[in-house]
Design a protein around this ligand. Structure first.
Ligand SMILES: N[C@@H](CCC(=O)N[C@@H](CS)C(=O)NCC(=O)O)C(=O)O
Length: 217
């Protein structure tokens, strides 16, 4: 299969999850890097009426929603498989993805990541400290629960990484680059070791966020 284009702003964790899956599968693709100024232009809204990224195109097949994109990629590029066969492991993967979608991203990663990383480093905006403070209680719940679900396993569903590990690694790799993210991760028992393992994967190494988003930059 050829002719895959992925649209998005480099550094976006959802875009990165798609890119990590493509790299895991060794599938060629073209990244159409968007700038923040392109968000919600009429061209963008034609591709994604909700004004978000990433957007996936393969010929005349267009898809948005990261889960839908990475599940499609896992279907059409079966090796390596990133969805467990076992129904309970697959349910665990889906549960973690659900936590990311419903609690972690909108209530934790978006407010903290935007106010500590994207806003100040990419857009020159001051941090909204109240929004960060408000996110901390649910952030603690998310991290405690993700840590509990990981337990003493190597990955969320056992010995092999799944789509859930990839989606979460894309989020945590960036979030750990601010003090709240570091504190939240470091207070868990299993997530620091898991994140180190995920960071060793060639697919994760090959999809680093731009230097401007990194604290040391
Ligand atoms: N449910 C969507 C969420 C996508 C999303 O929120 N992406 C963020 C970037 S990581 C975005 O587009 N933010 C831009 C904005 O909200 O203006 C998906 O899974 O693709």
């Amino acid at each position: 299969m050829t002719g895959i284009t992925v649209h998005g702003i480099p550094g976006s964790p959802f875009l990165r999850a798609v890119e990590i899956v493509l790299k895991e599968k060794d599938a060629p693709y073209h990244l159409r890097a968007m700038s923040p100024a392109e968000m919600r232009t009429s061209e963008h809204l034609d591709l994604h009426p909700f004004g978000r990224i990433p957007i996936f195109e393969e010929g005349d097949f267009r898809l948005y929603e990261t889960q839908a994109i990475i599940r499609y990629l896992d279907d059409v590029f079966p090796n390596p498989g990133l969805t467990p066969e076992d129904p309970r492991q697959r349910a665990r993967m889906n549960q973690v993805i659900g936590i990311i979608e419903w609690y972690f991203f909108p209530k934790v990663a978006a407010p903290i990541g935007f106010n500590r990383i994207i806003g100040p480093r990419l857009l020159g905006l001051p941090a909204d400290e109240a929004a960060i403070d408000q996110a901390m209680p649910i952030a603690r719940t998310c991290f405690a629960e993700l840590d509990r679900l990981l337990g003493d396993k190597q990955y969320f569903t056992g010995d092999a990484a799944s789509l859930a590990d990839i989606m979460l690694a894309a989020q945590l790799d960036l979030l750990e680059d601010c003090k709240e993210g570091r504190e939240l991760i470091s207070r868990t028992a299993a997530l620091p070791g898991w994140l180190s393992r995920m960071r060793e994967r060639p697919s994760v190494i090959a999809t680093q966020p731009p230097a401007v988003l990194r604290e040391a930059a």
